[in-house]
Design a protein around this ligand. Sequence first.
Ligand code: UN1
Length: 506
Amino acid sequence: MTAAANARDLLDRLGVSAHVWADGGLPTRSPIDGSSAGSLAQASPADVDTALTQASSAFAAWRRVPAPRRGELVRLLGEELRAAKADLAMLVTLEAGKIVSEGLGEVQEMIDICDFATGLSRQLHGLTMPSERPGHHMRETWQPLGPVGVISAFNFPVAVWAWNAALALVCGDPVIWKPSEKTPLTALATQAVFDRAVACFGPDAPPHLSQVLIGGREIGERLAADPRLPLVSATGSTRMGRAVAQSVASRLGRSLLELGGNNAMIVTPSADMDMAVRAIAFSAVGTCGQRCTSLRRLLVHADIADSLTARLTQAYATLPIGDPRQPETLVGPLIDADATTAFEASLSQAVAQGGTILKGGTRVAREGGHYVTPAIVRMPAGASGQTDVVRHETFAPILYVLTWTEFDEAVALQNDVPQGLSSCVFTDSVREAEAFLSAWGSDCGIANVNIGPSGAEIGGAFGGEKDTGGGRESGSDAWKAYMRRQTQTVNFSSQLPLAQGVRFDV
Ligand code: UN1
């Protein structure tokens, strides 16, 4: 069955209305075989404006609903996602090209964040602090912020919306979502699932709590520029994030950015090599190298570099590449032709910059899809191997191997790239592990020991530093980005003393 026919069936099952289709609209395309389920109606500038007005009205009502009750809506969303898990996950496979297990994992991340946010809805804690004035008290309260714009990328087409939406909704904020042009169908399906949760929830939910705007980059530009969105959360390339950040900042709005990563693993001589090989394979090759947390740089001690690369080239030799719907497949397609061109261009640059391709780097012919063999490239030793192409994020399965001799040199190499998302060390030495996690260790938002850089759980704050944009989503106290902080002082005495002992008697 073509991927498009498969997708059409799933959209019916997931309850997406037939009205979404429009001749001459945004074409859809599966990376599996290039088939198209049809073209989608796109949001006009007037539609964007209407959505913003509707979100503002939804906010006026939703902020009055008690937070634990808002949590009930997110709990119901989690229930609907559980019911739709297999179908929505398969749609992710069809539209983003993920293998079945990773599609299911993505929907599981949505369910997990709903559970997290439901509990959080009773724990949006503020603070109390003592006042210096008698008969006064001070407290800090977190209030709903306003409608939140969510701009998401193709590679996690639905989970990123859920990380933002689940938190935003319990915090009292409606959401306007501009999904990637490459994955609009999963967004429409998610919206249908959300609508079912709202129907179960009942009349306390105002209309338009979550809206999807289908279309291109100009929609993102409008959202970034509009003061009706106090927060814009954007996931994608550093170039896109920089443009969004500048536009949002020029109106003094807030942005939450999850941009490129250039994630490394340091492997030391004491590391458990079996574990390291498995972790490298999953994080470098999983999702066909198209996660922002994918492993891109392998920093290996010089003494073990040859044996480790020998094991890796062996493991890469048997990777099942092909249709991600097949249960044995581990490597699905790249998203499109441009991604294949970028893969090949980066490999040629790596060779021109002194690299040797040890494995992969070729196209795999399959009708309509863009399949490649994941590549391992050995670069010159030390800092001279960290060339321009290695410092650049290519969204494809290329693993650059660099060597070092002193642990400090490895940490310096790990940090010496513009991006700062995820990082890890494989070692059995407590000293090395703790140095990596210390103030002078990894400079990334995520630092792991004996775990690869990808596949983070939702309970921690997710995001990174430098060109990764500095935002934090998901767990921990990431919810605070979706609320406004208010310091409140109450005088319950019959005097009016001024702070700092100031006298002003009239
Ligand atoms: C992304 O690639 O945009 O840590 C997010 C991970 C996933 C999220 C990746 N939980 O790999």
